[in-house]
Design a protein. Sequence first.
Length: 715
Amino acid sequence: MSQPKFATCTLCEAICGIAVETSGERVTSIRGDAEDPFSRGHICPKAAALKDLHEDPDRLRRPMIREGTTFREATWDEALDRAVAGLRDVQSRRGRDAVAVYQGNPTVHSLGAMLFAPPFVRALRTKVRFSATSVDQLPQMLAAFAMFGHQFLLPIPDIDRTDHLLVFGANPVVSNGSLMTAPDVAHRLEAILARRGRIIVLDPRRTETAKLAGEHHFIRPGTDALALLAMVNTLFAEGLLRPGPLADFTDGFSTLREATRPFSPERVAPATGLSADTLRTLARDFAAAERAACYGRVGICAQDMGGVASWLINVLNILTGRLDAPGGALFTKPALDIVGMRLVGPGGFGRWKSRVRGLPEFGGELPVATLAEEIETPGEGQLRALVTSAGNPVLSTPNGRRLDRALASLDFMVSMDIYLNETTRHAHVILPPTGPLERDHYDAVFHALAIRNTARFSPAVFPKPEGAMHDWEIFSALTERLGGRARTLKSLRSRAELLVTRRLGPRSMVDLGLRMGPYGGKLSPLTKGMSLRHLLQNPHGVDLGPLAPSLPGRLATRDRRIRLAPDLFLADLPRIERTLESLEASAGLLLIGRRALRSNNSWMHNSPMLVKGPARCTLKIAPPDAESRGLAQGDRARVTSRTGTIEVAVDISSEMMPGVVCLPHGWGHHREGTRLSVASAHAGESFNDLADEAQIDPLSGNASLNGIPVTVARA
């Protein structure tokens, strides 16, 4: 039995520190690292399931090449050569943009993928890129770009010091925080209540967070923007604005006042399901609290008013002086500063549009809701090849059945993934990287979104197995093969970048980033400061202090001023105003999604540890809605939307708002041709077989996954 090795759980945004004990190539125990200054010994069930992931017999460990309907193992050289030859063939026949890239959210949980996927994508020379961003946080990144000048300048709620947390469409007790890296979040929220603070949750379901908070209001799915508009209207009408120092570098107060004038609490109340008195009280109490923060997540993003709702979360914090204030919402000061060092670009919006539907790009990516139609629709620029990286869009993007058919029609497909799943079964070549415990890790993204400034480097728990490749090595090998002979200045630059990054490797690149960051000693060997060596000497991580005010210096706008009322959001308000009457008059059931602590989108259902116990893929429905449809607990119900029909077990629950039903996301492991023995035995039904690719936020292009009209009947 070895001494424990200290690492990071990379299965969600909480980045908890873990202590892993091993025997040979097997994991004997995983527990929380009690000496970690950030996670403080906390882990959730997902961390312990890293053992299942590491030892999973279904996990791919050698490259796979498809021949007809079957796969065979191949050497790395054969698989890499086949992958590049297939992509080149499609581009030579159909053009550069006939090849697309899709990156799933596990990409940001891997240091190697974060650093080495971008050069590979540039080497493909295609502008057709997709990712899980546009079924998740795109509206919040768009708001950050428009208001603060950079897509990753995302204000983080200071939950360790706030007295009043107002939560829209988020369930951090289950998500462990999201765009708010917060390990042990339940105890941190309980601490707010212990110091006589308040947590108020607005959600169509009385979630685990709402139950902890004690203060909960049902809100009609997709109307968070209307509620926020009414609150902003109240702040102006009642003279409750207290921007404090922010007023000196914020533009747009008078413009915002006029733009929100039509959205009085009385006018929006019928559409939201909240009373006018409740909306006013929410605004007054938020403005009166000594230290307050407003926080919203996937529930406000994945709806057809997601862009405006995300903007208004920031607006509410600014108008009341909560932005850049302790106990409010602040920007981080990470040791490896992906914003300050320009490791991630500021973003861009609408510089081009998708070929078929004309949806806008953001940050160089198109909305994934348009992927299937870009494959199916003939004409110049039709997609005929796809590269997926750590993603399963058949189960995680809207209208999965349509995308499933579209992927089957491609000329060529390459997948970088450790599983033969619902998406990768369509690939011609699968390139499986090492697992999370077999590679070094530093959380470049989630330290930048954390509720406290910390840093931690995790050396690999296990050595790289013989014959395996890390994801960064796979990306480098593909990039090198794609590069060929440098013929232009751009290709010369790309080749130089490849040579430098391959020689450095992830460790040296992290060391350079830490040294050049805000706590580093730069490149002088005599200057003390943050470095990789310092983190290796502190295996539990280091605490760098609480979030601190940083404005206006941290802003990335040209004049270092906040744009309170960007034109693109103001231009969407007339559309939202036009929806008021139709929302008030509409009837029928609306479908929303939910998370489970023992689940992680579509990519951890092959873990016996996580799927054991009662089935979790059930349809939650309010008692009056079940009674009117003749449904009893445990019955099978037929749920139908515009895009499809599923049958699922019924869970009658008073936690649901009447008129709203709820199904978890990421299930549906019943498709043939996969190699997921545990997941297939607990298949469930796919939420995204009901989600509608035509239902989007017209402003941002983000998929609208909350508020899907459905009918429910006894099966």
